[in-house]
Design a protein around this ligand. Structure first.
Ligand SMILES: [Zn+2]
Length: 439
């Protein structure tokens, strides 16, 4: 028991620290609360991201002074995959609770069919749904944008041609059949997803889905194993940078690093008498490469180091944020406390949460206008977020939804005493079709 409570202490601390940038319960009028999640999606197997079934999705983007065609992952493909995952998770974890919360057996597990969504489950309310039979639509509070690869399309896409060779020893050449393009294993997509005006339960629900989801793209059951590296959670009253901005900055940083290491090489040569000759040779024979040259090298490289890109993605996100006048204060779980950053760091003692009370000794000193959590801290949180904990959070969320659903669905409000809503209904077998009886 004590063990179990200790286990969720970090989650409680996380929720407490997000309090200023989330809502206690969903509301119907928009506010300015943003929880931005920085993710690096890494292909663990070849994946198809096509619209016409053959050609890889791509876009021409400008990075620094060059223009390049890169791979693209549509926002709507990401959202469709995450939604499927979220609905499946709800069905697995709390179908019974959902039925109890609604008050009868009408919940059928919800669906991905646009006009048939239940509009009552935490997933529908978070991700939104189109107008149903009752003519109500719920606006999504999860914002995805298009994600782009760091490398150029020709470096990451594999084109296949099938030429049905037959089994004869001698044969005439046949014209190849174009097979769908594949993004190669190791392709990286930096992504930023923004949750607006959400509850802390919804933040954890979204993180849990992202952590679990490993299939994106067409024919998702057969191709496209993806690992989502959750690099940071950034909460504030402003929306942060876009996925494209982060991708661009990462490419530039990689190019700058190459340029810097060139300079070091040449510089070291000059100060060291024994290699002066060598340095002069380099200066004489090779042209000194420009940032543009390096950028091309980065974009056409065969591989990129994931760990390096992860680090640069975080740096990029935070630098762009600063330019947009958003300064996030780092919040870490005590066990992962580590010095080395410029931004003020706040140590949170998980032991300060005493059993049975909610008295957190939280630091109030803050120099930023938002809070951030790094990959290590989030990993601790995600480890604690097991099925039981997630289920409890979903139940908490459905209890909070009563209010919003009443606002949206006045029929329900009139039909049902507010006390019965959200709370567990007295009996599971209530079969009175309350909603339909109301004029
Ligand atoms: Zn639903």
């Amino acid at each position: 028991m004590t063990n179990n409570e200790n286990k969720t202490n970090n989650i409680e601390t996380f929720k407490e620290l997000l309090k200023d940038f989330t809502l206690p319960k969903p509301e119907n009028k928009p506010k300015e609360n943003y929880v931005n999640i920085l993710i690096l999606r890494e292909l663990k197997s070849a994946a198809r991201f096509t619209t016409d079934g053959v050609e890889a999705n791509s876009a021409i983007i400008r990075i620094g002074s060059i223009e390049e065609t890169v791979g693209k992952m549509f926002g709507r493909k990401q959202v469709a995959s995450d939604r499927r995952k979220a609905k499946a998770l709800q069905r697995t974890l709390f179908t019974d609770e959902m039925k109890k919360a609604i008050g009868d057996d009408e919940w059928d597990g919800c669906t991905m069919i646009v006009t048939k969504m239940c509009q009552k489950c935490p997933e529908c309310v978070l991700f939104g749904s189109a107008a149903s039979d009752e003519g109500i639509s719920i606006t999504s509070r999860v914002m995805y944008d298009e994600a782009y690869t760091i490398r150029a399309l020709s470096a990451i896409v594999q084109e296949y041609f099938q030429n049905a060779p037959g089994d004869d020893y001698s044969k005439k050449p046949t014209s190849g059949i174009r097979e769908p393009d594949f993004f190669k294993e190791g392709t990286l997509f930096p992504c930023v997803i923004t949750l607006r005006d959400v509850t802390t339960e919804e933040v954890l629900f979204f993180l849990n889905i992202t952590d679990r989801n490993s299939r994106y793209g067409a024919t998702s059951t057969r191709f496209g194993k993806v690992q989502n590296h959750i690099l940071g959670v950034y909460a504030g009253h402003r929306e942060g940078p876009s996925s494209l901005e982060v991708t661009r900055k990462i490419a530039l940083k990689l190019a700058e690093k190459m340029l810097d290491s060139d300079k070091i090489k040449i510089g070291a040569g000059l100060t060291n008498p024994s290699t002066v000759d060598l340095a002069e040779k380099i200066l004489d024979s090779d042209k000194i490469e420009t940032l543009e040259d390096k950028l091309k090298k980065v974009m056409y490289s065969d591989t990129l180091q994931v760990e390096e890109v992860k680090k640069l993605a975080t740096e990029s996100y935070e630098e762009i944020s600063k330019n947009q006048r958003i300064n996030y204060v780092a919040k870490e779980i005590v066990s992962t406390f580590n010095a080395g950053e410029n931004i003020e760091k706040t140590k949170i003692a998980t032991t300060s949460i005493s059993e049975g009370t909610n008295n957190l000794t939280l630091p109030v000193k803050s120099i930023g206008n938002g809070v951030k959590f790094n990959e290590t801290t989030l990993s601790t949180i995600l480890t604690e977020l097991n099925d039981d904990v997630m289920k409890a959070l979903l139940v908490e969320q459905i209890n909070k939804l009563g209010n919003l659903l009443n606002l949206k669905n006045s029929q329900e409000e009139k039909a049902r005493p507010s006390k019965a809503r959200g709370k567990k209904a007295k009996t599971e077998t209530t079969s009175t079709p309350v909603q339909q009886n109301v004029p």
